[in-house]
Design a protein around this ligand. Sequence first.
Ligand code: ADP
Length: 241
Amino acid sequence: MSNQPILQVKGIDKSFADVEVLKNISIDIEKGELVTFIGPSGSGKTTLLRVLGGFHPQTAGEIVINGESVDHLPPEKRMTGMVFQNYALFPHMTVYKNVEYGLKLLKKSTKEKQALIQEALAQVQLEGYEDRKPSELSGGQQQRVAIARCLVLKPKVLLLDEPLSNLDANLRMTMRDEIRRLKEELNLTIVFVTHDQEEALSISDRVLVLKDGIVQQLASPTEVYQYPANEFVANFVGHAN
Ligand code: ADP
């Protein structure tokens, strides 16, 4: 069973009231893959990410992570970690305390927690910043704290909701490299929502193109760019034929 996909999405529908937002979404994501969701505003990218993380129950379908159906599990038990767009760091807490917060539900000794927190901070290259407050950090560093707060729980899948959208252009480039580095070094599976096609094509192993809650294509950036599945995809990724 070791070579099954780490994340299996099987026929997911999602409606809010009587509005169907996701329609029969089925995707498999392999361990260590970085997959981005792209599509126009309102196409369902964020909703799909939240359904995966357990923040919205799906209307139909099944989600399997690491071979286990997680539909009945709340977000903190799904082996996923979610980084929200605004990071949601606690401004009054130090970096250390912010990361420790990720562990609050785990029954571990202080010493074990310390080791996990130091490991997570090292993974995002923030050793030595333990005692700083978020306001004493750059936007990129704040983002790394938010990522460390997830990594400390050793998630099987990291879910990132437009993580770079609040950063300036230079920082965006740096953080792209940073996210790729994390993926490579930790063999981490990352699912990433962005509204920036260029970003998606540059960072991803595969890109999922959504339109009106329907998957248009799931393929490598090169494939999506060179062999778009339809005219919508061609136009959306900026391929003018
Ligand atoms: P995207 O991330 O691609 O911009 P969203 O997933 O945010 O798209 O939204 C998809 C659709 O679902 C939109 O029409 C949006 O209005 C609707 N929607 C999202 N969240 C909710 C909600 N909590 N209640 C009702 N409708 C929602």
